[in-house]
Design a protein around this ligand. Structure first.
Ligand SMILES: Cc1cc2nc3c(=O)[nH]c(=O)nc-3n(C[C@H](O)[C@H](O)[C@H](O)COP(=O)(O)OP(=O)(O)OC[C@H]3O[C@@H](n4cnc5c(N)ncnc54)[C@H](O)[C@@H]3O)c2cc1C
Length: 745
């Protein structure tokens, strides 16, 4: 006998089948044409690449001649895409032939064509067209949710323009519902400045909610309903910020009665936990007399961006890496969201184009009589025949309509590319939707995927993939190129994680000093000795607190005698560094990478105090420094391993580093010189001595001797020339101004 759950799954399959059959009957000729076009795209995968390039290039330049030139070049290189119809192909051939010569006419025509071609999915934002569309939909009894396309604005001027647009929307009698992205109302979202970012977002969200609260949308039957604002969800790094901005704004007394919406993405293993947190918060709010909120459950649309970020920063992929878990988590979230106590506090929008997902939600809602608390959400122009079938069956559908006026059309590109991805990814429902019929092998594949994910709900990972914690992390031996013989970039700090933000807070507390600070004393280190007394002394004044004149350190400057002694020691190489084999040097230097890993916080705090380097920028420098410490000795060893080749250092290296990259550049210079079998005299920039001192300590702690690496801050004008002009210095690694370089030469 089938269990209760199995019955639900079977009912969902039956419902999806009836919707699909009806949708096929409702398919118009125009929709069939679009489906055929999509099929051509799927059979010619290169077309997708070319189409993406064409969309991209059309808006790169305002210069028509340049755009025409790029288009012709693309068509020359890749041919005319099969995706286009015969007439469109002819148009493209004509464009290639004469378009270049009449570019001021041809390019705007082509762009207009592109806009017209996408206008089913991207609604023209010009006042007249947009309102005509909204009124048409209202007349059809279709609820509209508009989204002014564009994300991640770069400046505050644009952010305030966006904010004004949303406020105007809320005052506009034709607009019922808007979706907005937090990255459009604040241009400086910064995970590390979490509280500051949330505070600003709260102010701006409140400004929109305030207007939404006092305006109403009147339906054709005369019912007045409050205007609605839904926060879209974007990249993983914005998840916690969006959640905090949303709940904290609604926590304000003035919004106790106002109901706003948020989105969670089921492709993130973090989202189910976040949903439970949201639900508990909302239950308490409702118990205290507040209004419920609304959650839109989606699978997630930023996979490519997440993959890119994961690859760039060497972090685990934030979403699940398989569709089974994505789908299972989606259902788990819908199942939980459909529990009576949950849905009364957190109303649901079930957003998907996968008919099985929609059917599953519909069956659960019907079983528990929860229809008033939930609706379907679909995108305008993606599967309109399916939407019509759903509505015939009494389904309440909210239609999400991206909007862009002609001069904003560049904002539509990311959206168009995402749609292209969504329609073509191998496991996505929409890929199979052209000519989809119940009983076909494609349908069976989709049905089986649905059923498999139904039974996998409990097994899908429930907790984040990204778990880096700088407070507690340890590094295995295998992290070293010495043990693995393989180079992997060091992961940067993931600031979207609360643990790392707490770690950063601790660093600031430790390294931000007050005026009564006792400055540390930094000696020169020459011939194995630390020398401070009797030298000229300079102060390191914290550039972050210029008025307070906080002295962080006092450092000694090497005198002429010191400089000569440093060169002599380096030349003598009393500890025999130059005699070591490449393998022995690799072993010794690999320990430095571990010291640098352990000193990440110390280096960040020191560089911040010393040079004003912000943590985010200091952090990538530490990673780069570790990469140098792993990569250079490995490469030196690989060179040495080549048969019939002998390698040897040049002798004495002088490393002169700048202040602006106080961690990575000096580390790179010192490591490369050491890895190649040289002794090193290191002269850091006078404005970054404190950071250089901490860096050298990593080398010395790792076992590099104070004869092999000597620390020689000195006056560039007086003592510097003794070093740079010395015949015993075999090479100089300088990163600095051209003037300095020429002077040395
Ligand atoms: C009204 C509406 C509003 C939306 N709002 C948002 C929003 O605010 N934020 C947002 O991110 N998205 C949003 N989306 C898009 C949504 O996240 C999905 O990308 C889209 O709906 C496709 O999912 P599906 O459920 O329709 O279909 P399906 O085809 O069943 O699933 C597609 C999903 O599976 C994932 N996937 C496919 N293959 C794999 C694999 N091998 N490994 C891991 N994952 C895989 C895809 O990345 C995608 O998320 C919205 C969608 C709609 C309809």
């Amino acid at each position: 006998m089938a269990t209760h759950n199995e019955e639900i799954y079977a009912q969902a399959v039956a419902l999806a089948e009836s919707w699909q059959n009806r949708a096929n009957e409702l398919l118009t000729k125009e929709e069939k044409h679009i489906q055929d076009q999509m099929k051509r795209l799927l059979t010619n995968p290169n077309d997708k690449v070319l189409l993406s390039k064409m969309i991209d290039q059309s808006f790169r330049s305002h210069n028509s001649k340049r755009v025409a030139d790029q288009m012709s070049h693309l068509i020359d290189e890749e041919g005319v895409p099969e995706f286009f119809s015969r007439i469109e192909k002819l148009f493209i051939q004509m464009f290639k032939g004469v378009g270049k010569h009449f570019s001021s006419l041809a390019v705007p025509t082509m762009i207009d064509q592109m806009r017209a071609g996408s206008s089913r999915a991207i609604i023209p934002g010009e006042h007249k067209e947009l309102h005509a569309h909204l009124q048409k939909r209202k007349g059809q009894g279709i609820r509209m949710n508009i989204n002014h396309l564009g994300e991640a604005v770069l400046g505050e001027k644009e952010a305030s323009h966006r904010l004004e647009t949303y406020i105007k929307d809320m005052e506009d009698p034709d607009v019922e519902y808007i979706s907005i992205k937090i990255s459009t109302i604040y241009s400086q979202i910064n995970s590390l400045a979490f509280d500051e970012t949330v505070a600003i977002l709260k102010e701006r969200l409140a400004a929109i909610y305030r207007v939404a609260k006092i305006n109403y949308f009147i339906r054709t039957d005369g019912t007045q309903i409050p205007k609605f604002v839904n926060l879209d969800m974007e990249e993983y790094r914005d998840l916690e910020i969006t959640y905090a901005a949303f709940t904290e704004t609604l926590n304000e007394d003035e919004f106790k009665d106002y109901s706003g919406g948020i989105v969670l993405q089921a492709y993130l293993p973090d989202s189910f936990g976040m949903q439970r947190k949201l639900t508990n918060w909302a239950k308490e709010r409702v118990a205290n007399g507040g209004a419920p909120v609304k959650l839109r459950i989606v699978k997630g649309a930023n996979m490519e961006m997440e993959k890119l970020e994961s690859a760039l920063f060497n972090w685990p992929l934030a979403p699940y890496d398989n569709k089974l878990e994505v789908d299972a988590n989606y259902k788990r979230m819908v199942t939980y969201g459909m529990e009576e106590e949950s849905i009364k506090a957190v109303n649901l929008g079930v957003a998907s184009h996968n008919l099985f997902e929609l059917a599953y939600a519909a069956v659960l809602a019907k079983e528990n009589n929860l229809n008033p608390y939930f609706y379907f959400e679909m995108l305008e122009g993606m599967a309109d025949h399916v939407r019509r079938a759903l509505r015939e069956g009494d389904g309440d559908v909210l239609l999400y309509a991206p909007v862009a006026a002609k001069d904003e059309f560049i904002n539509a590109i990311a959206n168009l590319i995402r749609r292209l991805d969504e329609n073509t990814a191998p496991e996505n429902f929409l890929r199979y939707s052209p000519d989809l019929s119940v009983g076909s092998s494609e349908w069976t594949y989709l049905k089986d995927s649905f059923l498999n994910s139904c039974v996998y709900q409990e097994q899908a990972q429930d907790g984040p993939n990204r778990i880096q914690d700088r407070l507690t992390e340890t590094f295995p031996e295998s992290a070293s190129t010495y043990s693995s013989n393989r180079f992997v970039n060091e992961a940067d700090t993931d600031w979207s994680l609360a643990a790392n933000r707490k770690w950063a807070e601790g660093i600031r507390e430790e390294y931000k000093k007050t005026a009564d600070n006792t400055p540390m004393q930094i000696p020169v280190v020459i011939g194995g000795e630390e020398l401070y007394e009797g030298r000229d002394i300079k102060e390191v004044i914290d550039p972050n607190q210029p008025r307070e004149k906080v002295c962080l350190a006092q450092f000694a400057l090497a005198n002429e005698e010191d400089a000569l002694k440093a060169i002599e020691t380096a030349k003598q190489d009393p500890d025999g560094w130059r005699k070591l084999s490449a393998k022995e040097r690799h072993e010794a230097l690999s320990k430095i990478a571990f010291e640098l890993r352990a000193a990440r916080g110390e280096l960040l705090g020191t560089a911040a105090g010393d040079t004003g380097k912000i943590f985010m920028e200091g952090d990538v420098e530490v990673s780069e420094a570790i990469d140098f410490a792993e990569y250079y000795p490995l490469s030196a060893r690989h060179l040495d391993d080549i048969e019939n080749i002998e390698t040897q250092g040049q002798g004495v290296g002088l490393v002169i580093s700048p202040w602006n990259f106080p961690i990575a550049i000096p580390c790179g210079g010192v490591v490369t010189a050491l890895a190649a079998g040289n002794t090193v005299v290191f002269k850091p920039a006078s404005d970054a001595v404190m950071t250089a001192w901490k860096l050298c300590q990593c080398f010395w702690r790792a076992g590099i001797s104070k004869n092999t690496l000597q620390f020689v801050p000195c006056s560039g004008a007086k003592v510097g020339p003794l070093l740079t002009a010395s015949e015993d210095v075999d090479f100089i690694i300088l990163t600095g101004g051209t003037d300095t370089g020429l002077q040395i030469l």
